[in-house]
Design a protein around this ligand. Sequence first.
Ligand code: FES
Ligand SMILES: [Fe+2]
Length: 358
Amino acid sequence: MASQGLPANDLRSGIGERMGAATVWALPARWYADPDIYQTERRTIFSRHWLWIGREADVAEPGQYITAAPAEFPVFVRRSEDGALHGFHNVCRHRASKLLTEPSGQCRTIECPYHGWRYRSDGALDHVPLFGEAPDFPKDELSLFSISVDVWRGQVFVCLDPEAPSLIDWLGPIEDAVERTAPARPEFGRHLEFIVDCNWKTYVDNYQEGYHIPPLHPGLNRDLDWKRYRVINFEGGSLHDGPAKGVSNHPGAFGWRFPTFAFNSYPDGLSFMRMEPVGPRRTRLVYDYWRPDSVSMEDFEATLEYGVQVSKEDQWITPIIQENLEAGVYEAGPLSPLHENGVFYFHEMVREAVGSAA
Ligand code: FES
Ligand SMILES: [Fe+2]
């Protein structure tokens, strides 16, 4: 059963060939709960990639900010008086308080709520009230820790690694896939969040294959031609192809970028999603749905409900899987060369990152 019928699914060399040559195996179960692995992933994965944290509309005006905590790194992005966006770790250089504690807002200065230290828009320490005479106080070295910020299609991304590639390079073929398929000027429609009791990789694994569609998503399975579902890996992510039944050429695109960003782009709707770790055993799912003018509110709501139903089915199975990954019986299972090339590629990226820390 090795390579027979293997789809042309690998724009990145090696994954398809390796799955055709020998049985490949999923990540060790232990990696899905181990706090040390999780801390390594925070350092070697989440500190090195672009992470989607919010909408540009929420930082449109000078002084407006948004806060977030991707992989439990508290950060904020704020628009300064000169119109530029600045990103920082949300941590005061005095005794580590968060500086901004609301999800979003507007402030004239960045002032710590604990002892009142104040920072300029560029992060420089500006004012230290009633501190006393400390010899050699290194004020110039106590700027906020800065991070990279960029915007793509009205979405704010941050990267904690100053050496990372640009956001557009990082997005790779996703930029073109969305350009080809998305509605021209969609309006923001809905923001949804869910907390799921599973490791972030349990949820990404589930995203990365269509193998589970017939048993787990009966509604979706009625509409999708499941047998033609393909995952096409590219450098750093995967484009999925899930054609609707009876349609030879469907107009949409959807896919995922390592580690946690996913998109869904069709002429009648656009959505972004992330699967953000909140500890080794908990994941926050964030969805933003956009609606073009041409789609009525009623149709938008119906599509949204359909999408949430599919997500709820995934949210039902993933904690069940997590429990068994932690039970100490199962170690690792084989991955299907027909359907789980996206899972394997994801696991290879995790192995490489975690291994690099060893
Ligand atoms: S912790 Fe921020 S001023 Fe003390
Ligand atoms: Fe699913």
